[in-house]
Each structure stands twice: as structure tokens, then as C-alpha cells.
Ligand binder design. Sequence first.
Ligand code: GLN
Length: 243
Amino acid sequence: MMKLTIGHLYPELLNLYGDRGNIQCLRKRLQWRGFQAEILPLSPGSRIDFDKLDILLLGGGPDKEQALACEYLTRIQEDFRAYAEDYGIILAICGGYQLLGQYYQTAESKLKGLGVLDIYTEWEPKRLVHNVVLDSPFFRAPVTGFENHCGRTYIGSYTPLGKVRYGRGNTGKSGYEGLVYKNILATYLHGPLLPKNPEICDDLLRKALLRKYGSVRLAPLPDEMEHLAGAMAAKRLHKPVFC
Ligand code: GLN
């Protein structure tokens, strides 16, 4: 039976706003199609065999936990980068997104990131806390989620995940949110992201199955309720946000 192994990096430190729910969503949507899913919680300090991973989730965390995660991440930096460059599937959310970059300058210190992406993040006192709706060139339905961050992420010439229709996004000013590079999807959206946006979940699964087994068809699932909820949110959240 075909199986995907999903690693959850540092669940003890990086798991804000139910980011763990993304793992459940990946697992269930695989199982509903008759695939197997193995979940590997990867604790700080544990040895990680990146060759065994098909999808890696890096969730969000408060600045303090991020600083702790950072120390452990430096130890696996090389393998992590190799996995990313080799089109390993990575979902990085908020704090996890920031840590993929060169650095995150917090109010107190400069946290060195993994340097997987040539981006950087700077802390500002005004916290951006909003529901978010994006128009993404990668997905048919508007992407919906929730953001809560002080960091502003500058992504240079990377392709953003989407254009902000509602909420603030990467810097609060650029008008864009998240980024997509190779098989990395990085975003500020918690919520959790995947149950709210099943299209994104299936995209990650499809990429992981393709990378491991070659092309595999994912049978459609009855997502009418999810689409309805997304459409309702997008309709309700239409006025621009001003801070
Ligand atoms: N600590 C980071 C910030 O405030 C990320 C927070 C988060 O993951 N929600 O920007």
C-alpha cells in the first residue's frame, strides 16, 4: 500500500493556533483515498532522517519558543536545506516560515534562520491580527486563514502565495502573503490552514505522491461544506483592513 510519512518538526515548540490540525488533515485525506499515513513527531534534539520524510510541517511559535527551536534547527540545517533543494515538501507556518529565512530580528535578539530561503523578518511593535483572504494564482478558491504576528517578512523576488484581499500579509504593506518556492509553501496563515483550504492540502499530497511514486491520482472528496465555508468567509471579509 502506498504510504506517505509526515514529519512534524518540534511540536512541543511550534504549534500555535492548532497548527497540528494540518497534520490530521493530511492524514485523513490520505486515508480516505486508501493511502497510508505515518506521522512522525520530531522532538527537539532528535535525529532526523530526511530520506524517510515525504512532507514536513514547521508550525508557528511565540518568539521565545522560536529562539529555542532555532538552536536545534542549526544542528539539522544542512540536511534540511538539502531536503528543500531536492523538492521535499514543506509546509511552514508563521514562526516556521520566518525560520526558513536568513534571520528574524525580534524585539530582543537576532534569531539566525535556516537560510533555506533568501528572505528576512523584522519585528515591529504593532501586531497584525486578522482573518485573511487571499487570491492565489496557485489555487482556484480564495485562500482563507488567520494571521497573528509581529514579524514583517521581506521576500524579495520570490513568488508570493497570494495577493491579500483581506488582512495584512507578509509586511502589512506589500499587499502579498506567503511564498511558494520549489515544493515549499510558506505562509502566515494559521487557522489551521489545511482543513480550511482542502485544495492546498491535496496539492501538498499530490506533490508528495508524485515525488515518491510518480504520478498518482487523488480521488475527489466531498468538500462542499469546506467550499461553502470558504466562500462565506470570503464574502463576509471584503472590506480592506486599515491599522
Ligand atoms: N513570533 C512570531 C511573530 O510574532 C510568529 C508568531 C506566530 O507563529 N504566530 O511574528
